[in-house]
Ligand binder design. Structure first.
Ligand SMILES: [Zn+2]
Ligand SMILES: [Zn+2]
Length: 202
């Protein structure tokens, strides 16, 4: 159905140990989530490179990279933000002949295991899942984004509106109070959880 789907051919690996690789670019990925067809579109063609080599028996090791650029909205002001991801892939694979569509499951070791049954492996499900697992839940177009006025929806990055004019600017507060409120705010700020994620510098 999707001739442009990223694929890698594993027939030779199933006959004899070795390694195979595939690379290319994808503009979008068609995959299934809970049985429903989904499409993940990227802001620009996303390059990938995949190398798979034989381990013992019916197990294989997949490694490679995938560098999609996502289009998301600033969580505060809803401006479009592009989010480039650099994914380093490393996943154990297992061949089970009866499996029609590849899927990820948790192995006994706790590691993720990519199970496949078709030697002509469509990588769409895998790449989409890796992208979603590594996407930030929310992004800011600028760390100092002032957001939208909650009363009138005005973009406060463009200047104050009548509702924000009376609010004291944080920098003018006494230093002790400002620091205390600042740290408290940081703890409660839902975006603070993102600080551990690898985000683009610019
Ligand atoms: Zn913003
Ligand atoms: Zn307003």
């Amino acid at each position: 159905m999707n001739d442009d789907a990223p694929r890698i051919h594993l027939g030779s690996l199933l006959r004899a140990p070795g390694d195979v690789s595939a690379s290319g670019e994808v503009q979008e990925l068609h995959y299934e989530q809970a049985g429903r067809p989904q499409t993940l579109r990227f802001a620009e063609p996303a390059p990938y490179g995949i190398d798979i080599n034989s381990l013992d028996g019916n197990e294989f090791w997949l490694q490679g990279y995938f560098e999609p650029v996502l289009s998301q909205e600033c969580s505060r002001c809803l401006k479009p933000v592009t989010v480039p991801l650099e994914l380093n892939l490393g996943t154990l694979m297992q061949y089970r002949p009866a499996v029609p569509e590849s899927f990820l499951e948790e192995a006994e070791t706790g590691e993720e295991l990519l199970v496949f049954g078709n030697p002509d492996l469509n990588l769409s499900n895998y790449l989409a899942e890796m992208t979603l697992l590594n996407s930030p839940l929310s992004v800011l177009h600028d760390p100092d984004c002032k957001g939208l006025c909650q009363v009138c929806g005005h973009d406060l990055n463009e200047g104050p509106c009548e509702h924000s004019a009376g609010v004291p600017i944080e920098d003018e507060r006494p230093m002790g109070l400002g620091t205390q409120e600042g740290s408290q705010h940081a703890r409660q700020n839902p975006f603070a959880a993102l600080s551990g994620l690898k985000l683009p510098e610019d």
